[in-house]
Design a protein around this ligand. Structure first.
Ligand SMILES: Cc1ncc(COP(=O)(O)O)c(C=O)c1O
Length: 499
């Protein structure tokens, strides 16, 4: 690297750091998050102003194109963070869907396994995290860590601001009408259990029907079974056709009975990749007076979510499937429904007044967030959603569609491979079996070449059995995967099956 480049590089780092630590001060009117933080093209014109504030008097304030006297970065005086501001880190923005830049944001994608580059095709199980998310967690614990909502000191204010700001980001991401509709939970599983316990027990009675689709993950089956056992309600199943698409006529017919109180349906099948006509299903269910829960666990990272357009009564997802940490997820519920629901768990934080005789509860969402929640991970979920938003879900959808179509076309040519499910619309997932090798053998052979995917029932036994399988191999893609990776996967698979 030449001296000029080195100087520019160090200046760029300095500028980046300055922006990171002072974005709120320099651009107070802007959203603190990346989409509205000035982009690289704006840096030269902003540099003069920034340098005036950050560099000691007499330091160079030359723009990044020239030579400068670079002080070591650590020596740059960083103004203390005022307690009343929310310290924020800008999210790194992948520009123009530059896949190399995007991949560079995910440290784990550079990992090697068995001495080979890792190919992460297990995104349906969990996704990798961008550096912005990892750094947001660190930042929280280094500068903001406190319990929320209770303390009367600066850090409590910082933590509360960061946590509630994350709630606002989720609201925006889902296009919910109010942050009161956003409840932080552990994940999809907890969200569904919450609805079953806090809404189901009061609204589902003996003889009522709960309508599930044949595509459901166990997380959207078992809580309803328990509720049905407890209340005397009955579970009915929406069938799929031979492609793995839901049969909408059967769905409508089931609703005609007037007994269905709730339809709980996935938006994307984690086993087949089927995209269900969720908005249409909500519309039909509402005609017959049934409420609808949409399981967005597998859709949220692939399709734009708009809960107002969808009109679902509940929408649930897990942060870890959308580049956020594990242990945090979201229950969206229409405010007028959430406010009528009884608490799920109880204890501190969710009450307004307690005597030994009785307790009065907070309105939603506080009512459903008993005890100390997963504060830092909720904050980092906000960062992950901003990251996805900055990449653009429409671009993500188109890019993944190319990856999926290419992979499917190539896989169909491999002797002995059978793709399970050929739905009209697919997102994220390809499930397959081979006529001679079992799924575990294929999984292990691919893993030995650095390709991480999954063999098993994917917690969706009913739909696998519908297709005559106890297990499939599942490749699940995300927007940081590449055509080169899919080609390597296809060639490796070809070699495995001809051995
Ligand atoms: C469609 C679907 N629903 C629910 C879940 C459960 O998610 P979690 O384990 O994050 O609660 C999953 C997880 O794979 C899923 O794919």
């Amino acid at each position: 690297m030449s001296a000029d480049n080195l100087a520019d590089d160090r200046l760029a780092q300095l500028l980046q750091r300055s922006l990171q630590e002072n974005a709120a001060d320099f651009f107070p009117a802007a959203s603190p998050f990346a989409a509205t933080v000035p982009q690289e093209d704006d840096f030269p014109s902003l540099w003069q102003e920034i340098a005036k504030t950050l560099l000691p008097a007499g330091s160079s304030n030359r723009q990044p194109s020239g030579k400068i006297d670079t002080a070591p970065i650590d020596a740059v005086p960083v103004p203390p963070i005022p307690a009343e501001t929310v310290p924020v880190l800008p999210v790194s923005v992948p520009r123009d869907f530059d896949i190399a830049a995007i991949r560079n944001d995910f440290p784990l994608l550079s990992e090697k396994v068995h001495g080979k580059p890792l190919i992460w095709f297990d995104n349906g199980a969990t996704t990798q995290k961008p550096r912005a998310v990892i750094e947001r967690l660190t930042y929280f614990y280094e500068h903001e860590n406190s319990n929320v909502h209770r303390g009367a000191h600066d850090l409590a204010a910082r933590a509360t601001d960061a946590y509630e700001n994350a709630r606002r980001i989720v609201r925006q991401f889902l296009h919910a009408s109010s942050p009161n509709e956003i409840v932080f939970v552990r994940g999809t599983t907890e969200a569904i259990n919450l609805v079953a316990a806090a809404w189901g027990r009061d609204n589902i009675h003996r003889g009522d029907e709960i309508l599930l689709s044949h595509l459901e993950h166990h997380a959207n089956i078992v809580p309803w079974q328990l509720l049905a056992q407890e209340t005397g309600a009955v579970i009915k199943v929406i069938p799929v056709d031979a492609n793995g698409d839901l049969l909408l006529n059967d769905y409508t017919d089931r609703l005609r009975s007037g007994k269905v109180k709730l339809a709980a349906v996935t938006q994307v099948s984690n086993a087949l990749g089927t995209v269900t006509p969720a908005a249409e299903m909500v519309r039909i269910a509402h005609q017959f007076g049934a409420k609808v829960l949409i399981d967005g666990a597998q859709s949220v990272a692939h399709l734009a979510a708009d809960v107002q357009k969808l009109d679902a009564d509940f929408f649930v997802f897990s942060g870890h499937k959308i580049f956020a940490p594990t242990g945090i997820g979201v229950l969206y519920g229409k405010e007028e429904i959430l406010q009528t629901m009884r608490p799920y768990q109880s204890g501190g934080g969710m009450i307004t007044d307690v005597t030994f005789e009785k307790a009065e509860y907070q309105p939603a969402p506080g009512r459903f967030e008993a005890g100390t929640g997963n504060i830092a991970d909720a904050v980092a979920l906000g960062t992950a959603l901003e990251y996805v938003r900055s990449a653009g879900l429409e671009s993500i959808k188109q890019y993944e569609h190319r990856l999926l179509t290419h992979t499917l076309n190539e896989m169909e040519q491999i002797p002995g491979i059978r793709i399970i499910g050929t739905p009209r619309e697919r997102a994220g997932v390809i499930s397959f079996v081979h006529d001679r090798l079992n799924t575990e053998e294929i999984n292990q052979a691919l893993a030995a070449e650095g390709i991480a995917l999954r063999a098993g029932h994917h917690c969706a036994q009913p739909i696998l059995r519908r297709f005559g399988c106890e297990s499939t191999v599942r490749a699940s893609l995300a927007f940081y995967n590449t055509l080169e990776e899919t080609d390597f996967f296809i060639n490796t698979l070809k070699n495995i099956v001809v051995r």
